[in-house]
Every structure is written in C-alpha cells, then in structure tokens.
Design a protein around this ligand. Structure first.
Ligand code: ADP
Ligand code: MG
Ligand code: MG
Length: 897
C-alpha cells in the first residue's frame, strides 16, 4: 500500500522528489531539532494520482485523518475546535521552487465559533489588551484567501469590500479597522463567496482543509505555473506536494513578527546577516509591502534572545547544508519558529565567491566548489555591463540574445560598420536581420541590434559565439536600412551616426551612451589583471581558483575555433590547448577574390595552375602566422568547405553591371564569362550541393594547393626553430572512398615537402563527421582517418533535414512554444538523435582504430549541456569560439565530477 503522507519527523532533505523542496526541508529542520511548527506533508505521488484521475487516491482521506489526529494529539488541540482551536496552513511545495506560482492558504480551521475561541486564547494581541481584532482579522484573511484560491472567486470583490470598509472609516490603513469593522467585513466576505461561488464558505474545518489540499494540487496546472515551468524548463509531470503546518502567529502584537533571511548576501556572497523583519505581521504582509520592513540586524534591539537564536540557527543551517540558505521565520510572542529553508538562489558573482569561501571554511571540497558554479554563470561574468546608476532613456525592448552592454553610433550596413570602426568609431550594427554577409560588420561593431528573429536567429547565434552583445527581435523598431534610420514606437528617429546603447542582458535599447563598466574577469583571462595583483578583487581571485581546480580535474582537452592569428592568440590566453577548427574560407576573400574568379574561369590547366600558384604563398603566410601564434599546440586546418560560387559576385549585381555595360556598348568580356559561370554554378540548395570534399574532388589542384601551403608553412615554422603540429581535416565526407582519394594525394604532398625541406613536420590527416552516412559508416572511414572531428552544426542540419538559416526564423519559435524542442538543437546538442550518431561513430571509429583522436568543432563545443555529453561519449577534446573556452574548461571539469 503506497504511503501518501509523511510527518515532518519522517522525511528528510533528500526526499525532494516525493515531498517537494519545502516539505523535505521542513522535515530536515525538524530532525535537526530546530523549532518547526509540527505538521505533515502529502506527497507528490498523491498529486500525480489526482492530476491523472481527477480525484484523490481513495486511501488518502484515511491517511490524512491518521496524521491529523496525531498532530492534534501533539498540539493538545483539535483542528477548528470551538475553544482554543488548532489552525493550520495548507502550503504548496514542488521539487523546484516556483516562487509565488502556486497557492497557500493560512488560518485554516477558523469558523464562526472557533474565531471566538481564538480571540479568548490569544489574549492581549490588540492594543486594547484584548484579542478580538486579531481573531477577526485572521478569519477575514482566511475567507479571502480561501475564496480566491480554493473557490475561484475574483480577488477584486474582496479588495473592493475592504476598500469600502476603510472608506466608511475614513482611513487608508488596514490597522484602523477595529474588531467590530472586521466582524462586519467577515459577513460581507461570506456574502461575496455565497454570490460568486454559488456556495457558502465551509464551516467544517476538515472540509476547509480537504478543499485547500485539492486546490493546491490543481494549482500545479494553473496558467501562471505552466508558463513558469516552460520558461525554467521544469518538467510538467512532477506535481506538487502539500504541506499541512500548524499555524504560528506573527501578528499577536509587537512582541511578534515575521521575516526572511539569508545566511550570506545572495548578491555579493559576503558573509553577514541579511534579511528583513516586520513586527506584528503575518508572512504574506511582508510580500504585500503593506508596511515597511526593517533590516534584520535591527531585530537584535527588538528581541535580543530571538535574534541570538536565529543567528545560531543560521549558522547551524549553513554548516548542515554546506551552502547559502534562505529562510522564512516567525516570532510568536518572543518564541522563534522556522517556517521554511532552502539552498538559496544567488547571482553569478556570489556563486563563485561563496564556492571558494566554503572551501576555505572547510565545508566543501574543491570538486564540490567546481560543481557549485556553472558555465552559464561564468559567461555572465565575462560580459561588460552598464552602470546601474546611470540615467537612461529606453526606446525599445527586444530579446536578450547575447549578454553584455554596448554603446556606439548607429550604422545600418556592414560596410559602414567596418569603415567607421576602422577610423576608430564605436558602432552598433542595426539590421532587420543579419546574414552571413554581415559577419565583418558584426565583428567590427560593439553590439548588434535586429528587429526580427529570435534567440536562435543568425545574429543571436553568431553574436553569442563571438561573445558580442546582441539584442534581437526588437519588433517595435521600424528599421529602414535604405534610408539609414530607425523609428522607435514613441516616434523618436535614430539616424545613422546617432549614439544608442543596447543591453544584451535585459534586451533594452537606449538612446545615447550609457556608461559601462568592464568585466574584470575578462581582464583576468586576457592576462591584463593577475589573480594575485592588488587590483584583483575577490571575484577574480575566486574565478582564478575555480579555473585552476577545473583544469586539474577535467579529462577533455579544450581547443578553440580560430581562423586568424589574433583569434589564435586570444584563444591561447583563454586557455585553449590547440585549434580544433581553422577555417580557410576567409583566406579567399578580399583581394584574393580576383584569383578565385580566375581559378573558376580557367579554361585550361595552365591558367588554373597560375591562379593556384598565386594563392599558394598567400595561404602559406596565413598558416605560418597561425602556427606561430599557437607555439606547437595542435592546429586542425579544414580544407575549403563552402561552395565556390560563394566567392563569386552576386548574381543580380553582376547581371545589372553586364546589362548597363551592354546598353552603353562597353561590353566587358570578363564580366560576361563571370556571369555565365555564376549561372552555371547556381545551386538550388548549396548546403547540399558542390561543397566540402566534393569540391576537392572536382576542382583539380585546389585542395592540394591548400595542403602544400599547410605543409610548407609547417616546415618553415619548424626550420625557424618552432614546432608545428598540423591536422589536415577534410570536410563533408560521406564515403570512405572520398577520403581515401584526398588522403593519398595529401600524403604524397606532405611526404614530398618533408623530404625536400628535411623539416620535422608532425601531421595527421582526418575528416569531419557531419553527415549521417559518415557516422553510420564510421568503422570504414576510420580506416582512412587518423582523427574525427564532429561537425555538429551540419550534422544537426543533415540529421533533422533542415537548413539552419532557413528554419530558425521561420518556425523554431513555434516549435519551442509547442514543446517539440525544449531548446534549439543548434544551441544544445540533440542527444537522442544527433547524439546517437555521434555515439555510434565514436564507438565504431575506435573499434576500427583504437588510437583514433576524437573531437568536436561545432557550436556545441562551447555549450555546457553538450560538453557533458561529449565527455560521456569519450571524445578527446571539444573546440569552441575563443570566448567560450573558459566556459568549456569549467564544464568539462563539472562533467568529470
Ligand atoms: P510561498 O512558497 O509562496 O512562500 P508559503 O507556503 O511559504 O508560500 O507561505 C506563504 C507565507 O505564509 C510565508 O510567508 C510563510 O512563512 C507563511 N506561513 C506559511 N505557513 C505558516 C504557518 N503555519 N504559520 C505562520 N505563517 C505561515
Ligand atoms: Mg515561502
Ligand atoms: Mg560543416
């Protein structure tokens, strides 16, 4: 027979699944011998049965009776008895705290008779030395709360009646209503219930309790609660527990009161006494802000012995939970009662500080400290922020796509962004939405603002990857890129060159410059602020220590995706142990476009080779710079991946140019040929077209020019006394045959260069795994590959069959809303689908070649949840953008703990 009820003496803090957080911790405190008003908890099992079957499990009633009788025996009073009644609160409490989302009803057990008994019992609560006012006030609160949460009466009816009573008295203050007034109000409230709920307020205390328990069950599926769960990603099927707790009264006079406290400052992590206290009040008054609370340390003057007891208990709780706790307490006539505790929420900064403080206090181990902070918190600490004290004029709000604070002159196209930033201006790039062409502008800008697209839009994803501030989808802004201006809903027009500020942490857009403060944590990672320098504050010191412990603990190596020497150098400063993805496509842009055009237009081998020969030294210089920056750490270079036509001029632009020239009779032979080529190379779906290894197999000489450039660069670095460890990576392989051909050719080039130069070049040849077929035939492919690198962006696209650029704006938000994804699969690896392919490929690959090196170079390499998965599957390293490297280092350690 299932057990649906636990006395507070029967539970403990580890039973959160069953008893909810509140119930489990009430039990824990009870068993620690702390003063908790006795009570019992109805389990989440009972709630789940209720939600599934629409009625309580049949055994529940008897079990509740049994526990209620035991409680009554302990308290020496019966629930709602006429003289000196036992009163209880019925409180919701799920596994994860959902503040204010569900219902609690206080003062259950009061009725027309017991209200008189309560008055007699509680002598002296009122200023006149009697307790009638207190008793009637408690009763009217019960009818009000019960009417609202249990019987579904619109709260406004009660509020109006209360206002009316105060108006009649000529006051605004609840406290001016006397016992007589409140007794009359009870009558009005009962009439409201009668009229609005179609039934009378139940006088039977047990019926009150049973109905309240049911209402708490039902509040699990209230709209507010559902919305909150979706936002916080709390599963919908957990259900809530219900706590029945004997009432204690903080409103029994000035020697009573209620308060909340933290064992440390949840904002900064400093130790000390933090909290608020309100004399002569019940818990709900503190939240409602009816009167001003006083800082907790003033309780020492008000009631020294309760204060001493409370601070003693706070120490006990911290030692016991070994973490910051928050607390709800009530003092009833000088007697302290604990009503709630839990491990408290805190800011990112406080999390780091507290974790190291607790290690120093000997309460937790280094491993536990690393586990107490998250990569997401670290990322937050790395963004600069606006000065909170600054005066601001907000003109719009969008989505907080990538945190940080940025100010600059408004520009509406990437060209201007780059031009202005080169001349030393700070700019904010404003677009309706961004596309890959905006990359340069995005890099040049301080921040990015778009009026369309969600958190997985191009702007958002790229900005997060770069660690750049971004607000996206600010739909109230009318962005007119042609006229280079945007209009805010208040009519304010921002022209090109006007200064604006965007807050990627809140999504706010401001007019003018809001002053920012730089993140000392980034200064630290950049090496500009030493952890032991006198300028380093305790946050930097805490981050430094946690990162040191993480590096000792993790098994995964962390590399960075970096295409330039500058990025490579930053990646190393941030702790990268190599480059996991060096893209080569940017090496084909700018002035080199002309050479690509020549390569594509080449009509014979000579022309082609001439173009390739000109590209070769340029590529070689690129690689020399990167290998040098990495100082002997491994560098994985990906051979050219995107379709070649991406390097050709835009088809519309070119057509116009040709047509204009024709009209003027100034035809340009080259343009005509180019236009033909562009037409010929046009692809309906370039993502699945002529790209990656296919390009290498179809365009003679292209890949081998790249391999030669890599090999010669490595040889040059070696000759100069350095070390170069290169890993040549072939993209988009689907069949081992493709790889074999490229590998054999590449090996030949490598051997030839090594032999010719006599240099010590350490090289591997491997492939990306980014097509389902590659993953499924990984055993074969591993025969020809010395390493695999999972390209999880493409693997996600090809596994799901959608192209990121096309779907994110189109329907991802609908998919997220309807629960098809909890999170975009481009942000966090889809473990069941894409992850399964990764697992298969890793296993089969290692079976065929035990020393096979395994890594990942998609966006997911810097995503905390995905890092944990890659650790579990046994990869050797993850690679991510330089800015995410510290996050990956930390999460790799947390995965190993
Ligand atoms: P929430 O989860 O919204 O904080 P609670 O169940 O903790 O809801 O209760 C709301 C308020 O009522 C809190 O301030 C709490 O301290 C107070 N409260 C709850 N139960 C009792 C009780 N038995 N005696 C006195 N105050 C109580
Ligand atoms: Mg509470
Ligand atoms: Mg790819």
């Amino acid at each position: 027979m299932p057990k649906f009820v636990y006395d507070f003496t029967e539970g403990n803090k580890d039973l959160k699944d069953l008893l909810g957080g509140k119930g489990a911790n009430l039990a824990e405190m009870t068993n620690l011998g702390l003063p908790v008003p006795p009570g019992f908890t109805i389990t989440t099992d009972a709630c789940r049965v209720y939600l599934e079957q629409g009625q309580e499990p049949p055994e529940l009633r008897d079990e509740v009776s049994e526990y209620l009788e035991a409680l009554e025996a302990k308290m020496g009073r019966k629930l709602g008895q006429a003289d000196g009644p036992l009163l209880v609160s019925v409180r919701s409490g799920a596994k994860f705290s959902m503040p204010g989302m569900m219902d609690t009803v206080l003062n259950i057990g009061l009725n027309d008779e017991s209200v008189l008994g309560l008055a007699a019992q509680a002598d002296g609560a009122d200023s006149d030395g009697k307790s009638d006012r207190f008793a009637w006030d408690s009763y009217r609160r019960l009818i009000q709360m019960f009417g609202k949460t249990v019987l579904g009466v619109d709260g406004e009816h009660f509020d109006e009646a209360l206002e009316e009573a105060k108006r009649a008295k000529g006051t605004h203050n609840d406290l001016d209503l006397n016992a007589e007034d409140l007794r009359a109000l009870v009558e009005s409230f009962k009439a409201i219930v009668e009229k609005e709920a179609g039934r009378s307020f139940p006088q039977d205390p047990r019926e009150q309790m049973d109905l309240a328990i049911r209402a708490v069950f039902e509040s699990w599926n209230g709209d507010r609660a559902k919305l909150y769960r979706r936002q916080e990603r709390i599963p919908n099927d957990l259900g809530t527990a219900v706590n029945v707790c004997s009432m204690v009264f903080g409103n029994l006079g000035m020697d009573s009161g209620t308060g909340v406290a933290f064992t440390r400052d949840p904002a900064s992590g400093q130790t000390g006494v933090y909290g608020d206290y309100l004399q002569n009040a019940q818990g709900e008054d503190v939240v409602a802000g009816i009167r001003n609370t006083v800082p907790l340390d003033q309780l020492e003057q008000i009631d020294a012995s309760s204060y001493a007891e409370l601070t003693g208990i706070m120490t006990t709780l911290e030692q016991h939970y070994r973490d910051l706790c928050d607390i709800e307490f009530t003092i009833e006539r000088g007697k302290l009662w604990m009503l709630q505790t839990r491990v408290g929420k805190r800011t990112a900064g406080a999390a780091f500080r507290i974790a190291v403080q607790l290690v120093d206090e000997g309460l937790i181990s280094q491993d536990e400290a690393v586990d107490r902070v998250t990569g997401a918190q670290l990322a937050q600490l790395m963004f600069p922020r606006f000065d909170e004290n600054a005066k601001t004029e907000q003109i719009a709000k969008g989505m907080n796509a990538s945190p940080g604070a940025a100010s600059g002159k408004a520009v509406f196209d990437s060209y201007t962004a780059v031009k202005w930033s080169r001349s030393g201006e700070k700019v904010i790039l404003i677009r309706r939405e961004t596309n890959p062409d905006d990359l340069n502008g995005m890099i040049a800008a301080q921040g990015i603002l778009t009026s369309r697209g969600g958190k997985t839009s191009h702007a958002a994803v790229v900005a997060r990857g770069m660690g750049k501030t971004c607000v996206c989808g600010a739909e109230s802004l009318d962005v007119d890129t042609k006229r280079r201006r945007m209009t805010a809903p208040n009519g304010e027009v921002v022209e090109e060159g006007d200064v604006i500020s965007v807050d990627g942490t809140s999504g706010a857009v401001y007019l003018g410059e809001v002053p920012v403060v730089a993140s000392p944590v980034v200064e630290y990672f950049e090496g500009r602020l030493g952890a032991d320098s006198p300028k380093a504050d305790d946050l930097v010191k805490a981050v430094h220590r946690i990162m040191t412990w993480s590096d000792e603990r993790r098994r995964l190596y962390v590399r960075a995706n970096a295409d330039t020497p500058e990025d490579a150098a930053r990646a190393r400063r941030f702790g990268a142990q190599g480059i996991g993805l060096c893209r080569t496509e940017h090496m084909f842009l700018g002035e080199r476009r002309a050479l690509i055009e020549r390569l594509i237009l080449a009509e014979d081998d000579d022309e082609r080779e001439a173009a390739l020969n000109e590209l070769l030294p340029m590529q070689r210089d690129d690689f020399v710079a990167i290998f040098t920056a990495m100082g002997g750490l491994p560098v994985t270079v990906r051979l050219l991946d995107p379709p070649l036509h991406e390097f050709l001029p835009d088809i519309t632009e070119l057509s116009v140019r040709v047509a204009v020239a024709e009209a003027k009779g100034e035809e340009n032979e080259n343009d005509l040929r180019l236009l033909q080529a562009v037409h010929k190379m046009h692809e309906a779906n370039p993502m699945l077209g002529l790209r990656g290894v296919r390009l290498g197999l179809v365009i003679p000489g292209l890949f081998m020019m790249q391999v030669r450039a890599i090999a010669e660069a490595a040889a040059q670095v070696a000759k100069a006394g350095g070390v170069a460890r290169v890993e040549i990576m072939v993209p988009l392989v689907g069949a081992v045959q493709e790889l074999e051909i490229i590998r054999d050719e590449a090996q030949q080039v490598l051997d030839e260069v090594k032999e010719r130069t006599g240099a010590d070049v350490r090289s591997l040849i491997g492939t990306m795994i980014e097509l389902p077929r590659a993953a499924l035939t990984a055993g074969q492919i591993a025969e020809a590959a010395q390493f695999f690198s999972f390209g999880t962006n493409d693997l996600t696209q090809t596994t799901w069959g959608f192209s990121r650029d096309d779907v994110e704006g189109a329907f991802f938000s609908a998919y997220l809303d309807r629960g098809i994804f909890g999170v975009s699969p481009f942000e966090t690896l889809d473990r069941e689908g894409v992850g399964k392919l990764v697992r298969i490929a890793a296993e089969e690959g290692r079976k065929a070649r035990p020393e096979l090196k395994l890594g990942v170079c998609g966006e997911h390499g810097g995503d905390p949840d995905s890092v944990h998965f890659f650790h579990q599957v046994g990869l050797d390293y993850v690679s991510c953008s330089p800015f995410r490297v510290p996050v990956a280092r930390l999460e790799a350690a947390r995965a190993a703990i």
